[in-house]
Design a protein around this ligand. Structure first.
Ligand code: NAD
Length: 253
C-alpha cells in the first residue's frame, strides 16, 4: 500500500480513537541529535559494555568513568532541542484533551524533550538524565543538596556519591509510573509506538498488552523492530516527518 494511504488509514482511526496510549523510544529524539542506544555505544564509548556504564555495579567499580559518561550525555541534551516529532505529540495531546478524550504519553527517553515541547503528564519510565539522586539513599537531590568538590559530586546529607536520575540495568522501574502505563495500555483503543527497538522490557510489553486488550497498534520507525509484527500499520519513516503528517491529517476530521 502507498505510504500516504497508510498515513490516511492510521489518521482516520486515530481521529475516532477515545483512549490513546503513545510509547516513545530513543528514535523520537534521534532527529534532535541525541544518539539512540545503539549509536551511543559507538565512538569513544565503543569499548565499554553498556552494563559497565549504566548499572549500579558499574558505578561502584568506576564512579568517575560512569559520571563522566553521563556528563557528556547531559551536555549533549542541554545543547539540543525537541524536534517536530515532540511538538506533534504535544499538539496531539491538546487535540485529545480538548475533545474530552484520554491521552497518555509513556516514554523510555530520559532527555526531557517531551516536556520541553509542551507535553504534560509524561510517564518517564526510565527517569530523567537532568535529575540527580543520592547513590546510597536513592532520593532526588536539588543543586543545593550537592557538594561539587569531587567527581562524582557528593550528597551533602550523607556524603555518598551523587548519581544521575535514570534507571540503570538491573534496577526496578518507578513502580507507580509503570503501573499507570500498563493500566492505560489495557484500556487503550489505540496505541502509537514511535522509535523504539522494542527490546527493552518491561516497556516493550506495553504495545503487546494494548493489542491483547483490543487496541489498534500503529508503529512509526525508520526500520522494522520487534514491535512491527504486532502492529496493524507500520509506517516506515522518520518520526519528525511522519508524526506532523498524521497531526495535519487528523485535523481534517
Ligand atoms: P533503541 O536505541 O534500542 O532503538 C531506537 C529505535 O529508533 C530503533 O528501532 C531505530 O530504528 C529507531 N529510529 C532511529 N531513528 C529514528 C527516527 N528518526 N524516527 C523513527 N525511528 C527511529 O531505543 P529504545 O527502544 O528506546 O531503548 C533503548 C534504551 O536506551 C531505553 O531504555 C532508553 O531509556 C535509553 N536511551 C534513551 C535516550 C534518550 O533519552 N533520548 C537515548 C538513548 C538511549
Amino acid at each position: 500500500m502507498p505510504f500516504q494511504e497508510l498515513i490516511n488509514n492510521a489518521s482516520e482511526k486515530l481521529a475516532k480513537a477515545d483512549r490513546l496510549v503513545v510509547l516513545t523510544g530513543a528514535g523520537v529524539s534521534a532527529e534532535s541529535g541525541i544518539a539512540t542506544f545503539r549509536d551511543a555505544m559507538q565512538g569513544l564509548w565503543a569499548k565499554f559494555n553498556p552494563e559497565e556504564l549504566a548499572s549500579p555495579s558499574g558505578f561502584r567499580r568506576d564512579p568517575k568513568l560512569v559520571w563522566e559518561w553521563y556528563e557528556e550525555r547531559r551536555s549533549n541534551v542541554a545543547r539540543n532541542r525537541p524536534n517536530p516529532a515532540h511538538y506533534a505529540l504535544a499538539e496531539l495531546e491538546k487535540i485529545f484533551l480538548s475533545s474530552n478524550r484520554k491521552f497518555t504519553l509513556v516514554t523510555q527517553n530520559v532527555d526531557g524533550f517531551h516536556m520541553q515541547a509542551g507535553s504534560n503528564n509524561v510517564l518517564e519510565l526510565h527517569g530523567n538524565i537532568v535529575k540527580n539522586r543520592c547513590f546510597r539513599e536513592d532520593r532526588l537531590l536539588s543543586d543545593a543538596e550537592i557538594e561539587r568538590e569531587t567527581v562524582p559530586p557528593k550528597c551533602k546529607h550523607c556524603g555518598s556519591y551523587v548519581r544521575p536520575g535514570v534507571v540503570w540495568f538491573g534496577e526496578n522501574l518507578p513502580q507507580d509510573t509503570l503501573s499507570e502505563a500498563f493500566e492505560k495500555a489495557e484500556k487503550a483503543d489505540y496505541c502509537l509506538v514511535i522509535g523504539t527497538s522494542g527490546l527493552v522490557q518491561p516497556a516493550a510489553s506495553i504495545p503487546v498488552v494494548a493489542r491483547q486488550s483490543g487496541a489498534f497498534v500503529v508503529e512509526i520507525n525508520s526500520l522494522e523492530s520487534a514491535i512491527t509484527p504486532i502492529s496493524h500499520i507500520f509506517l516506515q519513516g522518520k518520526a519528525g516527518e511522519t508524526l506532523p503528517q498524521i497531526v495535519t491529517e487528523i485535523k481534517k476530521y
